[in-house]
Design a protein around this ligand. Structure first.
Ligand code: ZN
Length: 305
């Protein structure tokens, strides 16, 4: 039951899944060279780095709890990395949000018989098909959904999964591990990208600022915060990301109120000095990445005035 069948190994998702949504972490199409690196965060909590969102892994006698699952072609590699940590079955899989670089393996892992857990809106959006992708089969859908918060009690941990304000999307969850003092923040916080506001999936700038504040409020000075992409960070890192997001919101608001079009704001690049403050563990963004950020952020700020 824990082995992915050869039939599953051969399955491939429609190319459309990878061709769309490039602003939100959709990766390259050739995954053959991707290697999974395992990092210990605290106690029995780890994260796996491959291609796509960071995969959280809590191990223990009760079984493995997994957070996010990258892209479908990586399911076997992720499963092998988890097996190297624990010989227990993967019992549950939490999706932090809808994007394909965090949920692409749902079908493969769902077929193992585990329970997928996510916010109500994640199930609705995956069922319809995210960013123009085909609707997902039932086995890829969360079977346990929640509206506000829910708690899990596994492996000696008290785990709280909670909805954040509509930030990156309208189904963003944080996952808090009380004993390990760890929070998986999903893509609300990243160290490798600008604030990612996916208006097409319900994300907002105001909600991003509120969600970052919520993460700061629930963290302590020693809490380890795992971003959706990037490296383990601190409460102060999230606070800085919040402050820079507020500053970007202020600058965009001023320019929009002056009547500037999105093309004019792209030309002005008013947050050029903030790029390397947002993106601290990846190379500085290229022009296309910056232009995508400005377009999404401009449209969101304008719609929220
Ligand atoms: Zn995302």
């Amino acid at each position: 039951m824990l082995q992915l069948s050869s039939k599953l190994a051969l399955c491939s998702l429609p190319l459309a899944l990878f061709a769309v949504g490039s602003a939100f972490g959709q990766g390259q199409q050739d995954f053959s060279a991707v290697q999974i690196k395992t990092h210990q965060v605290a106690g029995n909590f780890y994260y796996l780095e491959g291609q796509g969102g960071n995969v959280g892994v809590l191990i223990g006698d009760d079984g493995v709890l997994m957070i996010d699952d990258q892209f479908a072609p990586l399911s076997e590699k992720l499963q092998a990395a988890i097996k190297a940590l624990s010989n227990k079955p993967i019992r549950m899989l939490i999706n932090t949000h809808v994007h394909g670089d965090h949920t692409g393996g749902n079908e493969n892992f769902g077929k193992l018989g585990l329970d997928i857990v996510a916010h109500d809106n994640v199930r609705v959006r995956i069922a319809k098909g995210v960013n123009g992708a085909a609707p997902s089969p039932a086995v890829a859908l969360p079977v346990v959904t929640f509206g506000d918060t829910m708690s899990l009690h596994l492996n000696g941990e008290t785990i709280t999964i909670g909805k954040l304000p509509p930030a990156h999307t309208d189904g963003d969850s944080y996952i808090h591990f009380a004993k390990a003092d760890v929070i998986h923040a999903g893509d609300v916080f990243r160290t490798t990208g600008y604030p990612g506001v996916d208006g097409g999936n319900g994300g907002t700038v105001k909600g991003t600022i509120a969600a970052l504040q919520a993460l700061v409020d629930m963290a302590g000075p020693n809490t380890k915060i795992l971003p959706g992409h990037g490296v383990v960070s601190t409460r102060d890192d999230v606070a800085r990301f919040r402050d820079n997001t507020i500053e970007a919101q202020r600058r965009f608001t001023d320019l929009i109120k002056k009547g500037m079009t999105v093309e004019q704001v792209i030309a002005a690049n008013p947050t050029a000095d903030l790029a390397t403050k947002f993106i601290t563990t990846a190379p500085p963004p290229d022009k296309a990445t910056t232009d995508r950020f400005i377009t999404a952020f401009y449209n969101a700020v304008k719609s929220e005035l």
